[in-house]
Design a protein. Sequence first.
Length: 312
Amino acid sequence: MKKEKISVVVSCYNEEEALPFFYEEIKKVENEMKNLDFEYIFVDDGSKDKTLSIIRELSKKDKKVKYLSFSRNFGKESAMYAGLKYSKGDFVTVMDADLQDPPSLLPEMYRLIKEEGYDQVGTRRSNRKGEPVIRSFFARMFYRIINKMSKVEMVDGARDFRLMKREVVDSILSLEEYNRYSKGLFSFVGYNTKWINYNNVERVAGKTKWSFWKLFKYAIEGITAFSTVPLAFASFLGVFMCLLALVFIIIIIVKTIIYGDPVGGWPSLACIILFTSGVQLLCIGIIGQYLSKTYLETKNRPIYIVKEKDKN
């Protein structure tokens, strides 16, 4: 009887230090799950170090290792999409090479799908131990805000690490949008999902590629991809400012008629001008975010460009 296949998709960007550790750990899991046929798909996202060389060597000594190498850095979202598209497994898992996604969870994730009927099993961190306090605070605030704005549930602490049936993967691949926010897309497609909690694990080697600014831009990407509430907020703010201006006009007219009080001096006028200008720029900026996403989508550029791939 033919074994079911599981595809392990690993996006890599400057992970030369972590890759040997990851490969060693995932092979231990493969030996434990002997009832499955494994394939490994490493996606080199334009790394500047020896990541691609290490992946090439792994591919030479292990025929189960496949890889794609991008012509430049297209970002983790593009790498995950490419890996999913290249996968052929009955089940597909998406993981990071830094071992913050523990491979040891895979047997339990597979059991939940096979024995309890789930379509996908996701993972979420039960704590953020080892993460900077400010980053953790803003991350929690982001999930609170986006869950109030969006109809698609975003699970606090959710990782991209998950195990999915092929039908779930095919549904995700059918969403060919250029501006991708996978945490939202995984939830958008639905299906019966089980969440596994685990304690936060720090990187086994190397440094994180996610600065506070990159995380902030990623959060904006998620909000604009799954909610139009900011546009409604801009409209509401505009109406509110008009009403506020009308109230001040009435107050000034009444004061002038009753008390003969002339309009105040330039400091108050300057403050009002600066405030209203700031509100206008904020609203234009919100509209601009959505317009820029539309502009990028309509150009229909490829999500990624492959420079090299395995010959297996």
